[in-house]
Each structure stands twice: as structure tokens, then as C-alpha cells.
Write a protein that binds this ligand. Structure first.
Ligand SMILES: CC(C)(COP(=O)(O)OP(=O)(O)OC[C@H]1O[C@@H](n2cnc3c(N)ncnc32)[C@H](O)[C@@H]1OP(=O)(O)O)[C@@H](O)C(=O)NCCC(=O)NCCS
Length: 174
């Protein structure tokens, strides 16, 4: 794991959409993050988050001066049906993230990003007692990054409209 990384987070802006498009079109992100990558779809998906009409908070991950990926967080109370199906406490926060720059994947940054984001942003909010995530069981890099950041497996579940299981994992406030 790198010891000298300086990861940072800033709120997503529309100027970031070309980077998001490029990142969504990489093989390693596109395999797991299956959102459409045309700019109209990106605007439809992320525009309301920027305008704060959607409660999901979306950030660009920075590594020194370089924009390298995206991380988003939300409260499970915003997705009650999915939370119930997965057995997730609706008071928990959830998050999703990717490192879009292929040359930076697999160097230990994923778990470092999680630790920094959760410590600096999520657990700065004292109403958040835990963070629960639900990566696909085949997504080894994601599972491993969460595990290295301290997440513990809770349950393995399959959503009705999906063809593979999800590994529900939780990190409690320490
Ligand atoms: C998930 C993601 C952010 C992890 O970032 P990362 O910088 O690669 O993470 P780390 O280097 O901290 O940890 C990855 C771990 O998975 C392992 N790994 C990576 N790819 C792997 C693969 N294809 N098979 C098995 N293990 C793999 C690495 O060896 C590492 O484990 P180790 O430290 O024990 O060797 C990155 O892979 C990514 O952006 N993936 C695409 C989007 C995605 O799946 N997001 C998660 C959905 S919430």
C-alpha cells in the first residue's frame, strides 16, 4: 500500500463529464459500472446530483493534481426497497466508486481512497453510524479494496432483477 498518497475529494461539476465519459468507457470500469456513457445520459444521471435535486453526493477523486476517478455516497433511506431486499439498515450510508485511470488501478489506491473518504467525509457526520456496500461477488478488486479498508462481510444476497450475487459488507464507526 502506498504511504505517501495525497487523495482529495471535490464536488462533481459539469466540466467533469468528458472525464466521466472516458472513464466509463475503459474496460476495467465498464465491466462493473454499466451506466450508459453518452453525454446526454451522463447529464441525466449526474446533473440532478450537481443541482442537488438528487440527494446522492458525487465527488471527483484527486491524486495530487490529477483527477483520477469518481466516488458517490448516499443514505440507504433514499433506496428503501433495495435496502430491505439486501437487509441493509436504512440509517447507514452507502457508497460506490471507481478509479478511472487504468494506470492507477491495482496499486493499493482503492482502499486508501475508501479510508480517506469515509474518515474525512462520511464519519465527519455523527448521524452516520456505519457504511454498507454491496459489490458483486465476482468483483474481486472491489471486494478486496473494501476488505482492506476494514469492511466486514454481512450477507450474500441476490436482487430479483440480477443474475449474480452481491456481497453485503459493513464498516461500523470505530
Ligand atoms: C474497485 C477499485 C476502485 C479498486 O481500486 P484498486 O486501486 O485496484 O484497489 P486496491 O489496489 O486497493 O485493491 C485491489 C485488490 O484487489 C486485487 N485485485 C485487483 N484486480 C484483481 C483481479 N482481477 N482479480 C483478483 N484480485 C484483484 C489486488 O491485488 C488488490 O489486492 P491486494 O492488495 O491484496 O493485492 C478499482 O478496481 C475500480 O475502479 N474498479 C472498477 C469499478 C468498480 O468495480 N467499482 C466498485 C463498485 S462499488
Amino acid at each position: 500500500m502506498p504511504t505517501d498518497v495525497a487523495v482529495s475529494f471535490r464536488s462533481l461539476a459539469r466540466e467533469d463529464f468528458p472525464n466521466i465519459q472516458r472513464w466509463l468507457r475503459t474496460q476495467h470500469v465498464g465491466r462493473w459500472w454499466r451506466d450508459p456513457s453518452d453525454l446526454d445520459s451522463i447529464e441525466a444521471h449526474y446533473g440532478p446530483c450537481i443541482d442537488r435535486t438528487d440527494p446522492t453526493r458525487v465527488y471527483i477523486i484527486g491524486l495530487d493534481a490529477r483527477d483520477i476517478g469518481l466516488i458517490q455516497s448516499y443514505r440507504w433511506v433514499s433506496s428503501p426497497a433495495q435496502a430491505e431486499a439486501l437487509g441493509i439498515d436504512v440509517n447507514d450510508a452507502g457508497l460506490d466508486f471507481f478509479v478511472g485511470e487504468a494506470d492507477l488501478v491495482g496499486r493499493g489506491l482503492g482502499s486508501e481512497i475508501l479510508r480517506a473518504f469515509i474518515g474525512q467525509l462520511l464519519f465527519a457526520d455523527w448521524t452516520i453510524g456505519g457504511v454498507t456496500v454491496e459489490p458483486e461477488v465476482e468483483n474481486t478488486a472491489s471486494l478486496r479494496a473494501f476488505e482492506k479498508a476494514g469492511f466486514k462481510p454481512i450477507a450474500r444476497k441476490r436482487l430479483a432483477d440480477e443474475t449474480s450475487d452481491r456481497q453485503v459488507m459493513r464498516l461500523a464507526r470505530g
